[in-house]
Structures are given as C-alpha cells and as structure tokens.
Write a protein that binds this ligand. Structure first.
Ligand SMILES: Nc1nc2c(c(=O)[nH]1)N[C@H]1C(S)=C(S)[C@@H](COP(=O)(O)O)O[C@H]1N2
Ligand SMILES: [Mo]
Length: 255
C-alpha cells in the first residue's frame, strides 16, 4: 500500500516535472506557432473528412433558375455520339467496368429502374456563374454495389462522348473526369437522366450526366458513356484525373 502510494507520488512528481518542461517549451513562440499550425491542420483535416459526407444545400421548386446555362460542350460533333442522338439513344449503354467483379452494361430503361434520387441543387462553375436545377437520376452508390468494386479500386473515371479539344493529340481531346469513393458513395451523387422534370437535353449532357453536388461544375461529367473503376489515375488521359485537370485545374474541387 505504502509502496504503491510512494510510486504513484513519484509518477505525479515526474509528470509535474514533465509538465513544467512542457510548459516552458510551449510558451516559446516558435513552438507555439508550430502547435497552433498543427492544431489548425488537424481541425481542417477533421472538418474536411466530416464535411465531405455532409449534404449539399437543397432548394425549393420556386428557386429553380429559369435559365440554366449550358457550358463547355453543348452539342458534341463526335460521329459515334451523333449516331446515338439520331437513334434517340436506344442503342446507348452505360458501361461500368475496370476494377469491378461484375461489369455492367445498362440501357436507359434499365437505369431508370435503379434506385433513384431527385434533388434541387446549385451548380457552381469556376467561370463565375451559378444556377439552380432539379435533377433526377440513378444513385451511384447502389450501382457500384451491384457491380462490386474490387479491393484495389480507389477512383471512378467518367469517360465522356464529347471531344472538347479537337487540337489535342490523339485520345487527349475527349472530356473525362474522376472522383474518389467518398464522392462516389455520397447520397447526392447521381447519374442524372432528368433535368427540371424532363429528359436531359443534349446541351446539358444527354442522355446521362454526373451530379456530384459537393464539387465544382467541371467535375459534373456530361455525356457519360463509361465509368471505369481504377486504382490510380496516372495512366488515363494526361494523368491528372480530368480534361481540365490535365490543363491545370485542381483535381479536388470540393465546395
Ligand atoms: N462531357 C463534358 N462534361 C462537362 C463539360 C464538358 O465540356 N464536357 N463541362 C463542364 C463544366 S465546366 C460545367 S460548368 C458543366 C456545365 O454543365 P451544364 O452544361 O449543364 O451547365 O459541365 C461540366 N461537364
Ligand atoms: Mo464550369
């Protein structure tokens, strides 16, 4: 009993000494700055992780923008895409492949039968304009579960039908984008086939475009043809994860 008390007394004394030393250290301005920075970093990192699962703001019907501008490609001239338009997208299929157990190929009718979500959200383009629209589409998460992501899958690459830069070297002019699995499984991440209550028009990405509501406009891939699950982005396009990323934009465009 005595010995134990003596030992714990020693421990308290040691702790006290350590605290004093610590105190001295933490009052030195340099260390304080470092600690503040570390704490700030932790808080920011934590906020980033927690916030990434939070929902984007949703709006009321009356807040829908009367004119939702179309941007980037608005009428792709690519021959394979024109053929799909001419056929009313009857021959269009969404392919989900790459690092998945069960690759999928889905018609629009099949996609419309998948678990869906409707949301009224604000689209923010880096060029400095925003617009509120109502989107309905298949939820990305359940579709990925159907395909079964393999262990190594880290990102989804969205391959699009449109060539945005016809002067780029072979294969580098087509639009593409990528997101990580946090955004992929976000409840508001949908493959939208309807906009403002009507089938998505060509200017806005018919027949299917991504809505990834916690990201800026350029991440919302239009004219989606194929979703490829990959382990890393280095081998794709210019290697930076997207058409605009290959031209200097940030890959992470969280809002
Ligand atoms: N395939 C494809 N997706 C795209 C683009 C594009 O040019 N091609 N432009 C991006 C940009 S910068 C924006 S702001 C939005 C525009 O979507 P909207 O035409 O429905 O307004 O689509 C994004 N997705
Ligand atoms: Mo944009």
């Amino acid at each position: 009993m005595n010995r134990r008390r003596w030992l714990s007394g020693m421990a308290v004394a040691a702790l006290g000494a350590a605290l004093t030393a610590c105190d001295k250290l933490t009052t030195s301005p340099g260390v304080q700055k470092t600690l503040a920075r570390a704490e700030g970093l932790t808080r920011r990192a934590q906020r980033l992780v927690v916030d990434r699962k939070a929902l984007a703001q949703e709006f009321a019907e009356h807040e829908i923008s009367p004119d939702f501008r179309a941007n980037g490609s608005t009428s792709p001239g690519d021959a394979d895409y024109r053929a799909l338009v001419a056929g009313g997208f009857a021959d269009w299929r969404l392919v989900i492949d790459g690092l998945v157990e069960r690759p999928l190929s889905l018609s629009l009718t099949q996609l419309r039968a998948e678990p869906a979500r409707t949301q009224i959200t604000r689209h923010d383009c880096v060029e400095g304009w925003s617009a509120i629209g109502k989107w309905s589409g298949a939820r990305l998460g359940p579709l990925l579960d159907r395909a079964g992501l393999k262990e190594g899958a880290r990102y989804l690459v969205f391959h699009c039908a449109d060539t945005l830069d016809p002067n780029a070297p072979e294969g580098l002019g087509r639009y593409y984008e990528s997101i990580d699995l946090i955004d992929a499984y976000h409840p508001q991440s949908i493959l939208a086939y309807d906009m403002n209550g009507a089938p998505l028009g060509v200017p806005h990405g018919a027949p299917l475009r991504l809505r990834v509501e916690r990201q800026l406009g350029y991440k919302h891939a239009k004219y989606v043809m194929r979703i490829e699950a990959v382990a890393d982005l280095t081998g794709i396009g210019g290697g930076k994860g997207g058409f605009w990323e290959d031209r200097g934009y940030e890959w992470y465009a969280g809002i």
